[in-house]
Design a protein around this ligand. Structure first.
Ligand code: ISL
Length: 549
């Protein structure tokens, strides 16, 4: 028997950019509640809210100042309780984002720790008299000298995000108590931010790179997660997804295999680095389609064989928009957005839809650095210019890669501020909001939005989507991604043409399959889908799912 979440689809909400019911520049919880009918219509089972806790918002809430309080920009506990209850009435569960690799330096723990060397909270953080040479993921050194504390503290992200010391048992108990607090308030799931970075080696060795090999999937991370499972999840139905930075397949099997009692599933990012030449993010570059297939195939096969479970996704609040990245946001925008959806929702795992993805929102193409808000982007801009790179090169990379690509306001309708708020938003709208919005697409059964809705419904109707194995038929083809999902009872074929040309290819296994019984078209993005046959011909950006059962 599958846990129910193996047939679930999760919708990610970035509250700051989703909807404001109170006419603010930033979204709010009441705005999320106001849009629940839409999410129920779409058919999603869960919403994941990125951090809504009290925060100075240097990193949009991933810098938490109080884990138990709602940031007043988003509302209060009454708004939260109402949101959970209203979601529940619509069959939607709520997942919160747990950010416990670090806190904001404004957190009471840090403020006390820096002042009082002998306070038990001092040891909640990682202090050293002299820094090692590790680098922050947001640029610059990973250690910051704090004159009040008289020591350096570790921050793998922004200087305002001080890393917590998971070797301290009281810190762990404080985290577990905080998670139970939210379970008592009706939360049923957790997304655990960069959770594979929490365990650092005690001796902080120098590195010839940025240090990540020492703390990624660090020495005691599995032990800590097993303890979290015992103390927070055991005996309750809790869905957990770990965000795993630069991880391995082997570790992810361990994090997510049910008998290990750690997490339900994992996010990894290897497939989203196929446009990072030599691992460098801040370079405008085309993506490598064959590498994309190879990586996704490795994770599909590997997690299936190892008994783990993937979270599958193209988009989140840290990634550029997928239609701009792997599709065609110009002439083929609608078919390519549907193709990307089809390719992803055919995979094994739990699909995540990031707000706006379901209407094919694209990168906004902001040309002026003054339009960007993200701390990582602004740091990169400063550091790259200081290193002597030409401004136009830096801006080309930022336009393609900035996290703000995903953070422009949700496009609800063609009215003022795209229906996001009665007030001008905190970050500019993407320029296409008058054409690309929910209202226009709800009225159009051929829209990207309706395509997502159909895909979400298919996952519930056809067990092969949850249970089937995965087999790629076109690993080396420059444009086609054709794969099979198989159970003893059914075979699903997912065939996608990732190009603006018509492509023909003979694939004998499709002919053999067609001979075993009639194939039904479950979903397609062009009219008049041809029958399943060895001679496959796909039109520009065509995607088809056939089922033989
Ligand atoms: O380092 C990475 C990959 O090796 C990144 O993809 C990393 O996983 C990502 O930057 C972590 O993101 C999460 O934690 C950050 C926060 O800024 C992001 O918004 C959040 O999703 C720090 O809390």
């Amino acid at each position: 028997m599958n846990p129910t979440w193996k047939q679930s689809v999760i919708y990610q909400i970035y509250p700051k950019s989703f909807c404001s019911a109170h006419g603010q520049a930033t979204g709010d919880l009441a705005g999320v509640t106001a849009r629940l009918d839409y999410l129920q219509w779409l058919g999603v089972d869960w919403i994941w809210l990125t951090p809504i806790y009290l925060s100075p918002q240097r990193d949009n809430g991933y810098d938490v100042a109080d884990y138990l309080a709602i940031d007043p920009r988003y509302g209060d506990m009454a708004d939260f309780t109402r949101l959970v209850a209203e979601a529940g009435r619509r069959g939607i569960q709520v997942m919160l984002d747990i950010v416990v690799n670090h806190t904001s330096t404004e957190h009471e723990w840090f403020q006390t720790a820096r002042r009082e060397r002998d306070h038990p909270w001092r040891d909640f953080y990682l202090w050293r008299d002299a820094p090692n040479n590790w680098q922050s993921k947001f640029g610059g050194p990973a250690w910051e000298y704090d004159p009040v504390a008289g020591q350096y503290y570790l921050h793998l992200f922004d200087t305002s995000q001080a890393d917590l010391n998971w070797a301290n048992p009281e810190l762990r108990q404080a985290v577990f108590a905080m998670m139970r607090y939210w379970l008592e308030r009706g939360v049923r799931g957790f997304r655990l931010d960069v959770i594979n970075l929490i365990s650092k080696p005690a001796d902080f060795p120098e590195d010839d790179s940025d240090g990540r090999r020492f703390y990624t999937d660090g020495p005691q991370v599995h032990e800590h997660l097993q303890q979290m499972h015992r103390e927070v999840f055991a005996g309750r139905e809790v869905l957990t997804v770990g965000e795993m930075s630069s991880t391995t397949l082997e570790h992810c099997i361990h994090y997510s295999r049910p008998d290990r009692r750690e997490l339900s599933m994992t996010f990894n990012f290897h497939h989203l680095k196929v446009d990072y030449p030599e691992g460098r993010k801040w370079v405008a570059a085309p993506y490598d389609f064959i590498a994309l297939k190879r990586i996704l195939s490795t994770w599909q096969e590997g997690m299936h064989a190892g008994g783990g479970w993937n979270a599958v996704f193209w988009c989140n609040h840290d990634q550029p928009r997928v239609v701009s990245r792997f599709g065609d946001s110009g002439a083929w925008r609608v078919p390519s957005a549907k193709l990307l959806a089809t390719a992803l929702h055919g995979l094994q795992g739990t699909p995540y839809v990031y707000q706006g993805e379901e209407i094919g929102m694209a990168n906004p193409g902001f040309a002026d650095i003054a339009q960007y808000r993200d701390v990582e982007t602004l740091n990169a801009h400063r550091l790259l210019l200081a290193a002597g790179l030409p401004e136009d090169e830096v801006m080309a990379a930022i336009r393609q890669k900035s996290r703000d690509n995903a953070r422009t306001p949700m496009q609800w309708d063609a009215g003022p501020n795209a229906g996001f708020s009665s007030e001008a938003p905190w970050i500019d709208l993407a320029p296409d909001w008058r054409e690309v919005n929910v209202a226009a697409q709800r009225d159009d059964p051929d829209s990207v939005l309706h395509h997502y809705r159909r895909l979400i419904a298919l996952r519930k109707r056809h067990p092969v989507l949850a249970d089937g194995d995965y087999h790629c038929l076109t690993p080396d083809h420059p444009a086609l991604w054709v794969y099979l999902r198989r159970t003893p009872a059914a075979t699903l074929v997912v065939a996608c043409n990732f190009s603006g040309e018509t492509v023909a290819e003979t694939l004998p296994p499709l002919g053999e399959l067609a001979a075993t019984g009639p194939a039904r078209t479950l979903i397609a993005n062009h009219p008049d889908t041809p029958p399943l046959a060895a001679a496959l011909q796909l039109r520009p950006w065509e995607a088809v799912m056939w089922l033989v059962d």
